[in-house]
Ligand binder design. Structure first.
Ligand SMILES: Cc1cc2nc3c(=O)[nH]c(=O)nc-3n(C[C@H](O)[C@H](O)[C@H](O)COP(=O)(O)OP(=O)(O)OC[C@H]3O[C@@H](n4cnc5c(N)ncnc54)[C@H](O)[C@@H]3O)c2cc1C
Length: 489
């Protein structure tokens, strides 16, 4: 039997009925980005008296949200211990409450609107196969018990999957993130929130009492702007590249007859995560293996190879990148006059992006929110404690400079050739039919040299995570521009 292999996630739905921004318009609130953060923010603002619009560079949910594993859980590896270590127990408890509230918010939205998005209860496990990690998991369990969580321990995982030790909770869920977002998009449109797709914001300028946000062909005047774009493309006012690191993970989905409804993640290195999903009357296991800081390793093929060693053949293979902050807490709040940001979810954005929607809508409407303080993007970090962070930053710099000085050809596919034309660095990929795909091989964001991802056939930035398809179209930011080759540039 030949199994067709898709080099994309199991969730991707081609969004229909989309309209792009073609003429000038004026709104009270402009949301930039149509992932879980942007759509959730628009949802919570839809009943306000404010005129709201959302612009998305590609299609709704096509960013990081389309490549998640779609677990809605508050049991998140050993994150509470890490937060306690950096920010104290009280903050860790507040974070726990915020995640529980986020799950309730999503459940309420799904129930009230009768959304069919495969939302099912799914016990969440965190496990280890490494005896020296058992103590950490026991501490995580005790911390969660002290917060009032109903958490249990076990020496196995469901479905006869071996482990040395695990902790688990039962009041958590999984869902299909894109079915959820597309349903919310329809609700927004019925409630007169304008949703513009294929509309990339290229500049945002503060004009004393409003923002002027320009796309290629049009502009929007907005009293407030919400940056729900995962990684802002500009340096000021937030200096994002100095505040976060990026983590890349490798995921596959393969058909199985042994689907059991639970989800799990390990705290081991390499990390391993799994869940099940039924799609087109077929049952799949979604399996994630291995994560790394994008700057530290760049050989994607090797990582995909490790994933394939676990189970093969996969029907879907993909990678995804998320943002890690110094103190393991997201950045959700105001960063400038009437300018709001929500990002930095440490791979737990189904809960945090949903919560950010409620928090930002409260901030825009000048309502109090119990989590505003702990997630404030302008909070001070204890630099003594977040020492791993400057180290990661130095490694980013080293990689950035190293990449500029040395072109490590060993990373590249044999079908890639490099050339310089009029001082510009170009790369040509020759596909199986002999067709040539020529692109500029520097990221337009901060000019890092791009790495060819041989498995997914994309050009990926090893510094800040931008991604481009074979012909150079930008499929993920922070870059706001394509790298398609043009005779004159
Ligand atoms: C491997 C992996 C597995 C994960 N699994 C889980 C999980 O099981 N559970 C969980 O809770 N979280 C999970 N996450 C985290 C979660 O997927 C992300 O945190 C979340 O999807 C981020 O959503 P977002 O809306 O902030 O970003 P995105 O989904 O990336 O949305 C941002 C949008 O902004 C658009 N955009 C960018 N620039 C512009 C511009 N200039 N103009 C207009 N639009 C623009 C982009 O096209 C994009 O669609 C996982 C992450 C990874 C890496």
């Amino acid at each position: 039997m030949v199994i067709k292999m898709h080099k994309n996630s199991l969730w991707e739905i081609k969004s229909k009925e989309n309209s792009s921004l073609e003429k000038e318009t004026e709104v009270d609130v402009l949301i930039i980005g149509g992932g879980i953060t942007g759509i959730s923010t628009a949802y919570h603002l839809k009943d306000s008296n404010l005129k709201v619009a959302l612009v998305e560079a590609n299609t709704i949910g096509s960013g990081v949200t389309s490549k998640t594993t779609g677990k809605l859980t508050y049991l998140q590896e050993d994150l509470y211990l890490k937060i306690q270590n950096y920010c104290g127990k009280e903050v860790a408890k507040k974070y726990y409450e915020s995640q529980k509230e986020a799950i309730k918010l999503v459940e309420k939205i799904i129930t009230e609107n009768d959304i069919a998005c495969d939302f099912v209860k799914s016990p969440s496990y965190v496990f280890t196969n490494n005896t020296s990690n058992i103590g950490t998991l026991q501490k995580e369990k005790n911390l969660l018990l002290s917060f009032g969580a109903s958490i249990k321990e076990s020496s196995s995982l469901p479905n006869n999957i071996p482990c040395k030790y695990s902790i688990y909770v039962e009041d958590t869920y999984v869902f299909h993130p894109l079915k959820y977002l597309n349903a919310l998009k329809k609700i927004l449109q019925k409630n007169k929130v304008k949703v513009y797709e294929h509309s990339r914001i290229l500049s945002i300028d503060w004009k004393n009492d409003f923002y002027l946000c320009k796309t290629k062909d049009a502009f929007i005047k907005a009293k407030s702007v919400v940056l729900a774009l995962h990684y802002p493309y500009f340096l000021f006012p937030f200096l994002m590249p100095l505040k976060v690191t990026l983590e890349k993970s490798y995921i596959g989905a393969f058909p199985t007859n042994e689907a059991v409804n639970f989800n799990a993640i390990s705290i081991d290195n390499p990390v391993c995560s799994m869940r099940y999903q039924e799609e087109n009357e077929k049952k799949y296991q979604i399996f994630l293996y291995d994560s790394h800081n994008i700057c530290m390793e760049t050989n994607d093929l090797e990582h995909f190879q490790k994933l394939k060693e676990f189970s093969y053949p996969y029907e879907y293979l993909w990678s995804n990148i998320d943002i890690i902050t110094g103190d393991y807490l997201p950045y959700i709040g105001k960063i400038h006059h009437h300018l709001f940001l929500a990002t930095g979810y440490q791979t737990w954005g189904m809960t945090n992006g949903s919560l950010a929607g409620k928090m930002i809508s409260d901030l825009v409407m000048k309502k109090e929110n119990p989590y505003a303080k702990i997630f404030d993007p302008k909070r001070k970090m204890n630099l003594g404690k977040v020492v791993r962070f400057p180290l990661a930053m130095m490694s980013n710099m080293k990689s950035f400079i190293g990449e500029k000085l040395f072109l490590k050809k060993t990373w590249y596919h044999e079908k890639i050739t490099f050339l310089n034309r009029n001082g510009k660095k170009l790369a040509i990929y020759t596909d199986e039919r002999g067709e040539k795909h020529m692109v500029y091989r520097q990221c337009p964001h901060l000019k890092c040299n791009l790495i060819f991802n041989e498995e997914e056939l994309t050009w990926d930035c090893p510094c800040h995570g931008s991604r481009f398809d074979l012909d150079g179209k930008c499929i993920q930011g922070p870059s706001n521009y394509d790298i398609c080759y043009k005779e004159e540039r």
